[in-house]
Design a protein around this ligand. Structure first.
Ligand SMILES: NC(=O)c1ccc[n+]([C@@H]2O[C@H](COP(=O)([O-])OP(=O)(O)OC[C@H]3O[C@@H](n4cnc5c(N)ncnc54)[C@H](OP(=O)(O)O)[C@@H]3O)[C@@H](O)[C@H]2O)c1
Length: 226
């Protein structure tokens, strides 16, 4: 029985893989580049492919207990001016569609999908969300579509949880809250370690299925929240 991790070369994905292996789980990791996940382990199976390929999704699922998808939209530049908005991104929507169709066939019950605070129903027009959506540009619409898909799927055979992330950073685990509704400011953040631990727990034993959650450390305020 394995935990499936999509986006396993990403910062969060690598942390999910590492923590899952530390917890004694078997892991099936999807990567586009094998060298992007520099881990060898007897309980790690690596599948190389694109998350929009139905055959790749099928290959991941036999024997899985749950799925964590930390697939992301391509890396942002450091400033608005560096970001290329010309390419439409659809990896989150397409892979989620494929997972929802394939998981019941393989008897895989739980999906944890990572989104962005400011996408879908958290696009609340607040200063933080306006700033975030301007920064991320069109690419955030892939998260919007993924959230729409899951909201419409509702209470189906696959039990899903969405994590709407604020800024994620490298650091030790810290106290944080788990929120369904919160207005963020630019001080909001969560560590890769906390996010990964929560995602694994939720994929194994969902306590928040059908919900859109934001994990954040306490806000310090930056004069940004209204
Ligand atoms: N980092 C943040 O501060 C932040 C803030 C808000 C929300 N989020 C969201 O939180 C989640 C985790 O963030 P992160 O920073 O850890 O992500 P990340 O480092 O950008 O990782 C994204 C992963 O998605 C993979 N990927 C993209 N397109 C793919 C495709 N077509 N097929 C297969 N794999 C594909 C990438 O593979 P390659 O290595 O091959 O590119 C990478 O492994 C993501 O959903 C992100 O959008 C992040």
């Amino acid at each position: 029985m394995s935990l499936v991790v999509l986006g396993a070369t990403g910062r969060t994905g690598q942390e999910v893989v590492a923590q899952a292996l530390d917890r004694g789980l078997a892991v099936t990791a999807l990567v586009r580049r094998r060298e992007g996940l520099p881990v060898e382990h007897g309980r790690l199976r690596v599948v190389v492919g694109d998350a929009r390929d139905p055959a790749v999704i099928e290959d991941l699922l036999p024997g899985a207990v749950g799925v964590v998808s930390s697939l992301g939209i391509p890396a942002a530049g450091r400033s608005r001016a560096e970001i290329d908005d010309s390419q439409r991104v659809d990896v989150c929507r397409v892979s989620t569609e494929l997972l929802l169709a394939a998981m019941p066939r393989h008897g895989v019950p739980h999906l944890v999908a990572m989104s962005t605070h400011g996408a879908g129903g958290s696009n609340d027009g607040s200063p933080y969300v306006r700033w975030l959506r301007d920064l991320v540009g069109h690419r955030v619409e892939d998260k919007d579509r993924m959230e729409e898909l899951l909201a419409a799927y509702g209470d189906g055979e696959v039990r899903w949880t969405v994590l709407r992330n604020p800024a994620i950073y490298d650091g030790p685990r810290r106290p944080h809250g788990v929120h369904e509704r919160i207005e963020l400011d630019r001080s909001s953040r969560i560590t890769y370690a906390d996010l990964a631990a929560f995602a694994i727990d939720e994929a194994l034993t969902p306590e928040h299925s059908g919900r859109f959650l934001t994990l954040t450390e306490p806000l310090r305020g930056d004069g940004f929240a209204s």
